[in-house]
Design a protein around this ligand. Structure first.
Ligand code: FES
Length: 577
């Protein structure tokens, strides 16, 4: 009887490839079978793409092939068919001139790899800094059912009986070497001790911040942010993620249902609560732009302003990501700020954020504090504006020195990063701790790619006085592992003719973070004279550099390419043969 026949599987997106009983269907199926897949894997079950940023040149993602195998287990268990594919991988510590130059390029790779292939749902394997936003951006422009899985942080660095954190420890120890407090031999010995397991930087740097953003946005299963890469619970999460994406395809739970304005607001508040990286500002604005959600710099300032920092993690605090996970991880933070979150926001496991974070215990109050006794009272990103940054610049007050948040000082100007390196150690450089260090031409167009050089090392003669912080201003970014009173992302940037380009040695600059003010004490008339004399730097002539510089938007808009903002969905009506 016909009535006893099982119902035909729903026609999925991949049906347009594998469902055809003709020459084209033969081609799509037959070539795939050369990997030994049985015919019934192409019977209409969800095809899950595993978007993998594995590369030996991206050490933080070096374990992703193993992680992908656990995702595949879960996909098979849930009745899906997993197909892993590589995309451009951006290794923060190896890529020159800066991984950020290629974030948008990698996002294009992700977008077109998803759209062009027979995929019904996607798992994004993300870890090292730029691999998270590039995958979120590319996938958002396709808007298929999508779930994120981060690779997890490394175990704590251990050096001579002390914990040392990725990046943060490097900046601290290199300053100690320059101040004569540490030998080069000791510094070299620390290399093998800082990064001793698979995973990403184990400070609350950009990688951990972005993994936390993925979880706060609802784009992953709970606990994604903090389980160490070396902990087998990371593999278990991968397997559960594989199971879940198959269900998400069946539920047609697309990114656009999760990445709403409320989700981004949750992420901004979470970033304040964890003392997250300034890089999250640029990346989340770019992801929101792909999703068609309006998000701007003022949202960061307004929404994060009343959120206390609850997490005592480096670079602002003491502990590291391994401690954070054992203390309860991100859910134990979010449960403390429930009143500041949109708890009805839908997340990847099909539950609301509120359901995921209800009554989560904390196992170490030294690491995760409470709103009543926070680590810092208010620690959101502050946006300063003025005649030096008409479109805004950002500063992370939790990483700054309180006494420098209001400061007036004489500018010491470096025209390029090479100019900075050439002169900073010169004993005759006219600089003291009250000066304001200004670095130009390190923004999106200027570097190009907006490198993490905004936290300029201090001059040795200042360090030798025992002083560890000065006001620094640039159009660059700063590593999420760095710290200091550092004004970043100045927009418009110098290379685009922003006022930063007009600053000269000896000008007085006033920074007042409480008043959100950044002012160059030079008259409009004098600035007009200087502008008439200003010459833009030479632009790249070919290749990606040229495309990037011709089309990159300024930092306050997320530094995406102008023609990549928005999405095109996942449909490709034309076949390949
Ligand atoms: Fe890859 Fe820090 S260098 S996460």
């Amino acid at each position: 009887m016909d009535s006893k026949k099982p119902p035909a599987p729903p026609k999925r997106r991949s049906h347009a490839w594998f469902g055809k009983q003709d020459r084209d269907g033969f081609v799509h199926r037959s070539w795939l079978k050369n990997q030994g897949y049985p015919h019934d894997l192409l019977d209409g079950r969800p095809i899950i793409g595993i978007c993998n940023t594995w590369s030996e040149l991206t050490p933080c993602n070096g374990h992703f092939r193993e992680l992908a195998e656990f995702v595949k287990r879960g996909v098979y268990e849930a009745g899906g068919f997993p197909l892993e594919f590589p995309v451009m991988s951006l290794g923060e510590t190896q890529l020159r001139p800066t991984a950020m130059l290629f974030r948008n390029l990698a996002s294009m790779d992700v977008e077109e790899s998803i759209r062009g292939n027979p995929i019904d749902g996607v798992v994004l394997l993300m870890g090292c800094d730029k691999t998270t936003p590039s995958l979120l951006m590319g996938a958002a422009s396709c808007d298929l059912p999508t779930i994120g899985l981060s690779g997890g942080p490394m175990l704590n660095g251990k050096f001579r009986g002390k914990d040392i954190g990725s990046g943060t420890g490097v900046w601290q120890m290199s300053e100690m070497v320059r101040a004569g407090e540490m030998t080069m031999d000791e510094f070299t010995a620390a290399e093998s001790c800082m990064h001793r397991s698979k995973g990403s930087c184990m400070t609350m740097g950009t990688a951990s911040t972005m993994a936390s953003m993925v979880e706060a946005l609802g784009m992953s299963l709970p606990e994604n942010a903090a389980i160490p890469a070396a902990d087998t619970r990371r593999n278990r999460l991968a397997q559960l993620t594989g199971r879940r994406i198959v269900e998400m395809v069946k539920e047609d739970l697309r990114m656009s249902k999760i990445l709403t304005r409320e989700a981004f607001e949750n992420a901004i508040r979470t970033n304040a609560a964890i003392g997250g990286s300034t890089n999250a500002v640029i990346h989340l604005i770019a992801v929101a732009g792909r999703m068609g959600v309006k998000l701007d710099l003022d949202d960061w300032d307004k929404l994060g302003a009343d959120v206390p920092c609850l997490v005592n993690l480096q670079p602002s605090g003491k502990f590291l990501m391994e401690d954070f996970y054992y203390a309860g991880g991100l859910p134990a933070v979010l449960t403390q700020i429930t009143d500041k979150l949109h708890t009805g926001a839908l997340t990847a496991n099909g539950k609301t954020l509120g359901e995921n974070i209800a009554n989560i215990p904390c196992y170490n109050r030294e690491v995760i504090k409470t709103p009543e006794e926070p680590f810092m009272a208010s620690a959101g990103i502050a946006v300063v504006r003025g005649n030096l940054a008409p479109n805004g610049a950002v500063i992370k007050p939790s990483a700054a020195s309180a006494h420098l948040l209001k400061h007036r000082g004489r500018a010491v100007v470096f025209e390029t990063i090479e100019d900075f390196h050439a002169r900073i150690d010169d004993p005759d450089l006219d600089i003291d701790e009250n000066c304001v260090m200004v670095l130009k031409n390190c923004g999106p167009k200027g570097y190009p790619g907006m490198a993490e050089v905004g936290n300029m090392p201090l001059p040795p003669k200042v360090l030798q006085k025992g002083i560890t912080d000065m006001v620094r201003i640039s159009d660059a970014r700063m590593s999420g592992t760095a710290y200091g009173t550092v004004v970043l992302h100045t927009s418009p940037e110098a290379a685009a003719g922003g006022p930063l380009a007009l600053v000269r040695d000896g000008d007085m600059i006033e920074l007042d973070v409480h008043a959100r003010r950044l002012h160059l004490e030079v008259s409009d008339e004098e600035l007009a004279v200087r502008r008439a004399q200003w010459q833009p730097p030479e632009a790249p002539k070919r290749g990606w550099y040229k495309l990037y510089v011709d089309h990159v938007q300024q930092a306050h808009l997320g530094a995406d390419l102008d023609f990549l903002v928005g999405g095109s969905g996942a449909e490709v009506p034309r076949d390949s043969h």
